[in-house]
Write a protein that binds this ligand. Structure first.
Ligand code: ADP
Length: 311
């Protein structure tokens, strides 16, 4: 393995600064921008550029053939949502190396699916998991360990062990939320086998803090930075990112959906999969895949039970 000190223009001091700032491995460095690295590690931008270039060389980052991309796609793991119909809708479960977004009204099941995934990611591969741990960024204080215990019991898992594999970050405002997401890099570098990052809910703080048209540009810029950090973690460490989002009423809509996800184009472009959740009759829920790079649009019905998400 290439160490920081092996890179040209990195001495002991710079290496220490880089490690302290959470840039301890080549892939993390290779996917950083010079500005980001200069600010966080407190080094000159010129040095930062050189270090990044060297890390990219060592990771052989540049053009790659479609065959390489296809090989990397083979490493993509999938995490079961609990319901077979739902899994089929999204190609077998939520994917690593991607951002999956669910949006829907209050009570449509967004937090319930988040809790379910925090458990299923820990299952063995043949049962729909990745034998991995989870980071749960909780922005609205909706995380409930009691619910995890119920779901874990449904899978006959040792619920204490399940709880100990979920790293909770309670985010108090949007800056804190951004910081927590970026510090996941360190958690992984410390040896935690994180395979899933959940942000429930992505937009709540951004929406509350940036009100009015005049602050929209700043909000979108911050949101972009946050999503970029999440995508970087997904790609660098083969992790699945799952985000929940609220909706905004569109009272003037005659056709199509009367509600739409908030977050604008910045979020629309960042999410690889977008799923719209709706309440159905008799406690049922409907999931509709509205955006995917390679799967057809479609719908499925699922239920929320005390054991978790089922068909
Ligand atoms: P949101 O989309 O607002 O995040 P939630 O994921 O919190 O919505 O879903 C809340 C709904 O989940 C409740 O209205 C209830 O129908 C269902 N639910 C929550 N806990 C349980 C449980 N233990 N057993 C069955 N259904 C539950």
């Amino acid at each position: 393995m290439v160490e920081l000190e092996d890179l040209p223009s990195v001495g002991e001091k710079t290496a220490e600064k880089l490690r302290d700032a959470g840039f301890a491995d080549m892939m993390r460095l290779a996917t950083a921008t010079a500005k980001e690295l200069a600010v966080k590690a407190e080094i000159g931008e010129g040095v930062a550029e050189k270090v990044i270039e060297a890390a990219r060389k060592s990771e052989k980052i540049g053009f790659e053939t479609a065959l390489d991309v296809s090989e990397r796609r083979k490493e993509v793991g999938r995490i079961s949502v609990g319901s077979q119909g739902f899994n089929d809708l999204i190609g077998g479960g939520i994917e690593t190396q991607s951002i999956t977004e669910v949006f829907g009204e209050f009570g449509s099941g967004k937090s319930q699916i988040s809790h379910e995934l925090a458990v299923t990611v820990q299952l063995p591969i043949e049962q729909g998991g990745l034998e991995g741990q989870c980071v749960f960024i909780d922005t609205e204080n909706t995380f409930r360990p009691e619910r995890i215990i119920q779901i874990a019991d449904g899978f006959e898992l040792d619920h204490e062990e399940v709880l100990s594999n979920i790293h909770i970050a309670r985010a108090f405002n949007s800056s804190h939320q951004i910081l927590m997401a970026e510090s996941i890099n360190e958690l992984i570098q410390q040896g935690n086998n994180i395979k899933l990052v959940i942000v429930d809910s992505l937009m709540a703080h951004f929406r509350a803090e940036y009100v009015g048209r005049e602050s929209l540009a700043v909000r979108q810029q911050k949101l972009n930075q946050h999503l970029h950090a999440l995508q970087q973690i997904a790609n660098t460490y083969n992790v699945a990112v799952f985000i929940t989002n609220q909706v905004q009423a569109k009272p003037d809509a005659f056709f199509g959906s009367p509600t739409k996800a908030i977050g604008g184009h910045v979020l629309g472009h960042a999410s690889t999969y977008r799923i719209w959740l709706k309440k159905g009759l008799a406690g049922k829920r409907i999931a509709r895949l509205v955006d995917s790079p390679h799967l057809p649009e479609g719908e499925c019905v699922f239920k929320i039970t005390s054991d978790g998400i089922v068909d």
